[in-house]
Design a protein around this ligand. Structure first.
Ligand SMILES: [Zn+2]
Length: 282
């Protein structure tokens, strides 16, 4: 399966990962410069192709929505090209404290990338903000906001972007559409709290971290609601399993059936549950 590039407004494009793989957004300024939102070194050819196809003459900034490998591992590549990398202090802290282990773990299956990119290593963002900041290009204003409730929701770095001129909201991994989320790095009750203010946001187009983009605010709200209800249901069931009232198999069956039967990345369900129950991440 190949990724697709979707133009969602006059100047915003999204590389939509196949089968729920990570999305990368490109917001183009009037002078051809672009802001790239998230990039994975394993998919750098797709990113370069998308920059070329969208006529982005240069990347002015790379933004990391949060610290996870699939969103930040191409930092090295863009830092070598002297492109500033913008992220929240929460994202920076998580990468600094826990990133190196994860970086090596994720590259184990693809050692050839060390040959292709000599010196490849975890590369931290270098333009860091606490709560909010703005990134500007000609004709583009991006409002960045740190959203990790109590410092930890889906991740410790969760940041959203709002492209004001064309009313595009980029939610990062606080939102997954049409696929099961990765929850095991997260704090689910904080994640639920972080979603609440997102019901009040305004936009014409909505970009999740994984899954298809959404047009229209009402449809967007419905997706935020689905995300919220999924996490609430999952969290409640986890407590039942922890207390011995339900079995792990029951909750796997529940999260793969009913309203969730059509969601992609079904394999995530068991991983999410197992990681929580072993207490490894939680
Ligand atoms: Zn993530």
């Amino acid at each position: 399966m190949e990724s697709t590039i979707r133009q969602i407004s006059k100047s915003a494009y999204v590389v939509i990962g196949p089968e729920g793989a990570t999305n990368f957004a490109i917001v183009k300024g009037n002078d051809g410069g672009a802001v790239l939102v998230d990039a994975d070194i394993r998919r750098i050819d797709e990113v370069e192709e998308a920059l070329r196809l969208t006529g982005s003459s240069r990347v002015a900034y790379l933004v990391n929505t949060h610290e996870h490998f699939d969103h930040t591992s191409a930092n090295f590549y863009f830092a070598q090209r002297r492109i500033p990398i913008v992220a929240s202090a929460g994202c920076l802290g998580a990468m600094r404290d826990e990133g190196a282990f994860d970086f090596e773990r994720m590259l184990k299956p693809v050692p050839e990338l060390y040959q292709r990119f000599p010196g490849l290593h975890l590369t931290l963002p270098d333009v860091v903000f606490d709560r909010t900041t703005e990134v500007r290009l000609r004709g583009v204003t991006l409002h960045l906001e740190y959203r990790a409730e109590n410092g930890h929701s889906h991740s410790k770095g969760d940041t959203t972007l709002y492209f004001a001129e064309e009313e595009v909201f980029i939610a990062g991994d606080l939102l997954y559409t049409e696929v099961h989320p990765v929850t095991f790095f997260g704090n689910i009750s904080n994640w639920l709290a972080a979603l609440k203010p997102l019901f009040q946001t305004h936009y014409k187009h909505l970009v999740p971290g994984h899954g298809p983009t959404v047009d229209g605010e009402q449809s967007g709200k419905a997706y935020f609601k689905k995300m919220h209800d999924y996490l609430e249901d999952f969290y409640g069931n986890l407590q039942e399993v922890k207390s011995g009232r339900k079995s792990k198999e029951e909750i796997i069956k529940h999260m793969q059936g009913g309203a969730y039967a059509a969601l992609g990345k079904t394999r995530m369900v068991e991983r999410n549950i197992s990681q929580f129950l072993t207490g490894k991440w939680f």
